[in-house]
Design a protein around this ligand. Structure first.
Ligand code: T46
Length: 133
């Protein structure tokens, strides 16, 4: 089964341009408690390199693009987010890395929980042991 779960976000555009609305428990499949965005990422920088114990997130590249690597400790898959109509669902115990940010990339992420550093697993060996042990 693929680790890549995407959601198509319907643009509500008219002749003036495009608009996408994100609503918790509607087109976003969880209650949204937090929104953050990553921008101005310097060339060659990769981010992430962690998993979450208990967090659902939806990642959307509002402009520009970046590449996600998802890893469940058994398989690794990659997806490029390059369209504001494509949301990547991040849930379960999945190791994630973000690479190849374009200079104009604005990566917006909706999260089901408030920020909690204790929810992060930032060591791959610990993650691997947890999912395979
Ligand atoms: C994720 C990927 C996709 C906060 O204080 N509040 C927040 O809500 C967040 C997300 C981060 N921070 C602080 C923690 C660090 O001192 O901001 C700093 C950078 O965070 P981090 O190194 O975790 O950023 P990324 O880009 O590696 O990971 C982020 C999210 O943290 C993570 O949950 O899934 O994006």
């Amino acid at each position: 089964m693929s680790l890549i779960k995407t959601i198509s976000l319907k643009p509500l555009g008219d002749e003036r341009g495009s608009l996408i609305a994100l609503e918790g428990n509607k087109n976003v499949p969880f209650n949204i408690k937090r929104v953050y965005y990553i921008f101005n990422t310097q060339q060659g920088v990769a981010r992430g390199f962690h998993a979450h114990r208990n967090l659902k997130q939806l990642a959307v590249c509002v402009t520009g693009s970046c590449r996600f690597i998802l890893d469940n400790g058994k398989q690794r898959e990659t997806i490029r987010l390059d369209n504001a109509t494509k949301g990547l669902l991040l849930e379960d115990l999945i190791w994630r890395e973000m690479h190849d940010f374009t200079p104009d990339c604005v990566l917006m992420i909706l999260a089901s929980e408030y920020y909690d550093e204790t929810d992060y697993i930032r060591d791959y060996a610990t993650f691997y042991e947890l999912v395979n042990g």
